[in-house]
Design a protein around this ligand. Sequence first.
Ligand code: SF4
Length: 330
Amino acid sequence: MADSEAFDFQIARIIDVIRDTNATVVGLQFPEGFKRRASGIAHEIEEATGSQILISGNPCFGACDIDVDLAHRVDILFHFGHAVLDDSSYAQNVYFIEVRSNAEIEKVVNKSLKNLEGQRIGLITTVQHVHKLQAACEILRSHGKVCVVGKGDAKIAYPGQVLGCNFSSARTEPCDEYLYIGSGYFHPMGVALSTGRRVLIADPFVNEIRELDISKVLKQRSAVIGKSLDATLFGIIVCSKPGQERMQLALKLQNMIRKHGKDARIIMMDLVTPDQLLQFKVDAFVNTACPRLAIDEVGRFNAPMLTPPELEIVLGEKKWEDLVFDEITA
Ligand code: SF4
């Protein structure tokens, strides 16, 4: 991640909220990339409001990942770096502080023009840059392109926003190709697999255009599927975090596995890591927790870790050509 100095943590708004609500105990929760700013931000808030600050030390990977235990212990929990999800009602006293990036995008969008081949360009980004999509659209339009910023489903807070588990905004309207504004590879990979279209990455932090190549991840997924073909016992992972829990899907997958004459156990856990799964003896895992896990941690589990769409391929319910990233849609 780029220097977090370039992000707006909305400290003045946080102080106003604390004063308006007379909160005396305040929780702060940061995703991994912003944790190094936690101490300084806590100090600023404490100085201004006199409130007792508790910082969540637990891992935090997304808007789905609210520290519910901390939320119950404080008057207000400020959750940084993500936009609210449609189903976050389990934590009523949580304020989402989106942490918008101050990075200029004009230069890199202008730079992308010579690499764009299609006419209808789908613009996609994460919540950090979503406020800059209008400006990006204007640049594309002024050069004769049609700019598409899809609304997405109910999990998506802003048009054009994508999550690591939801690419619905890219599918709202057909596009010739996509321009992703941001620095990572995971979201554009999901869009490429979900739409079958070319995705260019416009990285505003280093002013660089990169053509996305999904061949490496496809090779990895093909290897994971190949290693699971002879599996007879599966471990289906269900995450107990309220925003990630997909028990219904797990039960459906268990039934599907059993219909094919194989067996499956459901393993429920909070934090899913290779170490936590080390002692379970199964032939393959199927992950219904955060869809990024199977992709980001590939090769680190003691048995192949499939996504639900990949399990369907292993069981012969779907073909390799049907492969998509797993999504949590509304
Ligand atoms: Fe992000 Fe994963 Fe949560 Fe989706 S499930 S919001 S990708 S952490």
